[in-house]
Design a protein around this ligand. Structure first.
Ligand code: CP
Ligand code: NVA
Length: 319
């Protein structure tokens, strides 16, 4: 995983590894202020343009980034990669160098994480990962903000992630390890988290003091948890495996009323959305407004990404 040398155009966010704990905490603090006082920031990115490239569908990422840029006085251009020459084989290098000439930053949602690294290696302007098969760092920032709003701290907070060891889980692991949150991931053996990302998280956790555990036991993971998090069992691009995955997860990894009894009585439920009720979570759990934070969490995509955009672009070289 590479980190582009910092330049006057602003910093990338490809995995969260580029960002130190203090920088992440600063983004969260800024996000809270921007959420409370949005009018104070209404011209903060005036004249800046964010380009957004989509290779996969999106509701939250697309609308929250576009609305965020507009609320900051900037603009956003949405591009479906099928409608770009990159969809007909134009090299990433040429695309990066051309978009450098027009835009102030690029947000990209695609399949291969390597493609995003390649784009970042050629583009001078900052690249924001809006989800790859391996990482979803903007989601993890919104998750941290939501947890912080509830607990006012990360120390001693226990998060249980139940389900697929996927992009959302990877970014959550790295985010928890950076800020010092304890996380246990319970996945079926064949759907465990990526070994390299787990090892990296455990290294980071040594520094921040958090506990990172990978298990196959959903009940022990949920035991005394403050937050239970799940995501779909079949991510975008894996649709052909959906029957196989349903079979592998349904019996032991559904977040339902039986499983949540293992958590603290005042536990909270998190899900990045979109959700499949009746699969990874039952409607009794996800729609239980006493515990479920899903809409606050989705709302926080907007606030945390506005803080991220402002942090990245405030001192950047203007077009
Ligand atoms: N959580 C999330 O990234 O949602 P979208 O796929 O709708 O962007
Ligand atoms: N893991 C899911 C997340 C969607 C926001 C996917 O990649 O489809």
């Amino acid at each position: 995983m590479q980190v582009k040398e910092e330049n006057t155009y602003g910093k990338d966010i490809l995995t969260l590894l580029e960002w130190e704990k203090e920088e992440i905490l600063d983004i969260l603090t800024l996000a809270l202020d921007m959420k409370t006082n949005p009018a104070d920031y209404s011209h903060a990115l005036s004249g800046k343009i964010l380009g957004m490239i989509f290779d996969k569908p999106s509701t939250r990422t697309r609308v929250s980034f576009e609305a965020g840029m507009l609320q900051l006085g900037g603009q956003a251009i949405v591009m479906n990669s099928k409608e770009l020459q990159i969809g007909r084989g134009e090299p990433i290098k040429d695309t990066a160098k051309v978009l450098d000439e027009y835009l102030d930053a690029i947000m990209i949602r695609t399949f291969s994480h390597k493609s995003v690294e390649e784009l970042a290696s050629y583009a001078k302007i900052p690249i924001i990962n809006g989800l790859t098969d391996e990482h979803h760092p903007c989601q993890a920032l919104a998750d941290l903000l939501t947890i912080f709003e509830i607990k006012d701290q990360f120390d001693g907070v226990k998060l249980a992630y139940i389900g697929d060891g996927n992009n959302v889980c990877h970014s959550l692991l790295l985010a928890c390890a950076k800020v010092g949150l304890d996380i246990t991931c319970a996945t079926p053996e064949n759907y465990a988290v990526n070994g390299e990302i787990l090892a990296l998280s455990q290294q980071l956790a040594e520094k921040s003091g958090s506990k990172i555990i990978q298990t196959t036991d959903a009940k022990s993971a949920t035991n005394e948890a403050d937050f239970i998090y799940t995501d779909v069992w079949t991510s975008m691009g894996q649709e052909e495996e959906s029957k196989l995955r349903l079979h592998a997860f349904l019996e032991k990894y559904q977040v339902n009323e039986t499983l949540v009894r293992y958590a603290k009585p005042n536990y909270h439920f998190l899900h990045c959305l979109p959700a499949h009720r009746g699969e990874e979570v039952t409607s009794e759990v996800i729609d239980d407004t006493e515990h479920s934070l899903i809409y606050q969490q989705a709302g926080n995509r907007l606030h945390v990404q506005k803080a991220l955009l402002l942090t990245i672009l405030k001192g950047s070289t203007s077009r």
